[in-house]
Design a protein around this ligand. Structure first.
Ligand code: MN3
Length: 204
């Protein structure tokens, strides 16, 4: 079984005006597709590794032969991180705003308030040096935490449950926002699908 590019859960223009169609087309159709293609290329001939799901592979990277481990880490991580990123967003008509109920309470408990969480998350996104991701994860004792991951490292490999992420690789925002990563983060809050985040949190 080879890996395949999952379709976006919405149309390419669905996140306008906050996340533009041109970027989304290239980001999903070219960048994400390239991670899928490269993953399949590097796994060619490794039937045991191709038999694993993407998550299983990311949990067992130490079993991948050293000659391809770095490439598999980057590309499997790239596929997983992007899938997770797309699924945490939705059209602004139904997304954005604030979480409610227990998740809102958990964010307040961990960060003091929703605004303090947003400020901390944005700071983490801006602090990623070079390419990477900011994540909201479930940390020790079930407490919510903000973590950043460099390049295509994933929470799956790190063994933590992820709830939400923003891609802060330049390819994620450069067409529309150029060097203004802070503006990308500000715009992105409008398309965060808090219902999806709540679902991920409950499942865990
Ligand atoms: Mn990306």
């Amino acid at each position: 079984m080879t890996h395949a590019l999952a379709p976006l859960p919405y149309a390419y223009d669905a996140l306008e005006p906050h996340y533009d169609e041109a970027t989304l087309r290239i980001h999903h159709g070219k960048h994400h597709q390239a991670y899928v293609d490269n993953l399949n290329k590097f796994l060619e001939g490794h039937a045991d590794l191709l038999a694993l799901s993407l998550e299983e592979l990311l949990r067992k990277l130490e079993t991948v032969p050293e000659s391809i481990r770095g490439k598999v880490t980057n590309n499997a991580g790239g596929v997983w991180n992007h899938d997770f990123f797309w699924q945490g967003m939705g059209p602004a008509a139904t997304a954005g705003g604030k979480p409610s109920g227990k998740l809102a309470e958990a964010l307040d408990a961990a960060f003091g308030s929703f605004d303090a969480f947003k400020a901390g998350f944005k700071a983490a996104a801006l602090a990623v040096f070079g390419s990477g991701w900011a994540f909201l994860v479930v940390g020790a004792g079930g407490k919510l935490e903000i973590r950043s991951f460099a390049n295509q490292a994933t929470p799956v490999t790190a063994g933590v449950k992820a709830l939400l992420t923003i891609d802060v690789w330049e390819h994620a925002y450069y067409l529309k926002f150029q060097n203004r990563r802070a503006d990308w983060v500000d715009a992105w809050w409008n398309v965060v699908d808090w219902k999806a985040v709540e679902k991920r949190w409950k499942v865990g």
